[in-house]
Design a protein around this ligand. Sequence first.
Ligand code: ZN
Length: 281
Amino acid sequence: MPSRQGRSGDIGRTIAEALKCDAPPADHPSMETATFAGVFGAMIGSFLNVVVYRLPRRESLVRPASHCTACGTAIKPYDNIPVVSWLLLRGRCRNCSAPISKRYPLVEAFAALLCVGAVLAGGSSATIALNVAFILLLVPIALIDAEHRIIPNRLTALGAILALAIGTALDPSGEPARLIAGAAAGGALLIAAMAYPGGMGMGDVKLAGVMGLFLGSAVAPAMLVALLAGVLFGALILGRQGAQVARKTAVPFGPFLAFGSLVAIFVGEPLVNLYTTHFLN
Ligand SMILES: [Zn+2]
């Protein structure tokens, strides 16, 4: 992708060569790219807050514009800067001083951090683009499922479209493997959902399919981590609240699938290497 950054990177290497010092490796993300990813993540994170609140309530994502839920005053653009505005306003509405949930700046900061992480983790441009898009999709999916116990079809459908579009555009030769991974992961959870109807829902099955489309073969460690985390969490509830309560506590599986996906994105390769060197020898 010929971009300004690419050219300035070339110039940087030329200068570095002229000065006979170490040029940055070509595939290493620059400071500017990481900063851009952070600002981009925070801005999308700000919109994801709207998605998390409005999508399960079947409200429009664009109208009305952001407003204080207490007094209804429209939020001015300068009071709507991700993270910064919340800190400057000390978490209160400028007009009525009603408290603004900590969740808003936290989601923005978390989205920014994950995007920077995805860029720093490196890989091909296809991998980075797929990871960033997937991360920004996982944030609303995990939060909505944790709160409302649904994974909206609109989010999984958007995920499938994004994964196919980015994958075929940037890495067409890898697309068959991602399609197989998506079918395998979705199929595995479909069997699990049919075997234990009370446990998983069709939203989880669709999410697993989308995970495969984004992650390719890394969907295997992602699913394994999700299952282990889910079982561990279930055991914790069982230990703390007893079997009767635990049996009635339906735990949404989406957040665990999202957690497993993040683990696969950030430490998937070392995890698979660890497994193959220690268990398959
Ligand atoms: Zn207000």
